[in-house]
Design a protein. Structure first.
Length: 208
């Protein structure tokens, strides 16, 4: 299945800004979708769509900070670049503290916009790869039987097959079979990799 093309959403109530940014991005081969309000963005955006968001910090109705907050609540991991005026720097700092990727202060240079957008798109690509990896790990874990989960837990705690067999009341040969099934379902090539995979999605509390 073909991946959708990464798109830059330009959300600004100023039609002139939307048009100029769309033309600029199109000139370097970056797809852009201009939208006049935060509400229209929320109604049209799909989490499966890769890209980033160029967002005006001051807009009527829902402003940029409120949209950012709503995206955070919804778990939308899209990188947000705020467009700010001279007096908006304190707001931009607040936005950065809440996870914004960057902010561009008007008037901004064309190359500054292009560079910032390209970095945000790369961040989005990395985020999506990371999430896909976690989804694969969780799918592998979900496919394990209850007995295989027990074996996995003991394996990743550093227990040898003979110890696992004693704890679970199984023969060493049966443990070997369960272990092979766990490694296959998790697509792990070593116990070290298996431990790393489990820690990625099920972090353990630090030892006291």
């Amino acid at each position: 299945m073909k991946e959708p093309v990464a798109t830059v959403y330009i959300v600004d109530d100023d039609a002139g800004v939307r048009t100029s940014l769309r033309i600029l991005l199109k000139s370097v081969g970056i797809a852009a979708t201009p939208l006049p309000s935060a509400q229209e963005f929320l109604s049209s955006y799909s989490y499966s769509q890769p890209g980033c968001l160029l967002l005006d910090i001051r807009m009527p109705g829902m402003n940029g900070l409120q949209l950012q907050s709503e995206l955070n609540v919804r778990g939308a991991n899209i990188p947000v670049i705020f467009i700010t005026g001279h007096g908006d720097v304190p707001m931009a700092v607040e936005a950065m503290q809440h996870g914004a990727f960057d902010f561009l202060q008007k008037p901004f240079r064309d190359q500054q916009v292009i560079d910032c957008v390209q970095k945000a798109l790369e961040r989005d690509r990395e985020n999506r790869e990371w999430l896909k990896g976690h989804d694969r790990i969780r799918a592998g874990l979900a496919s394990l039987t209850p007995r295989e989960r027990e074996v996995l837990s003991l394996l990743t705690s550093g227990k040898a097959n003979k110890v696992i067999a004693g704890k679970l009341g199984l023969s060493p040969r049966t443990v070997e079979i369960h272990r092979a099934h766990v490694m296959e379902k998790m697509a792990a090539s070593s116990i070290a990799q298996l431990v790393r995979m489990v820690m990625e999605v099920e972090p353990r509390p630090p030892a006291p």
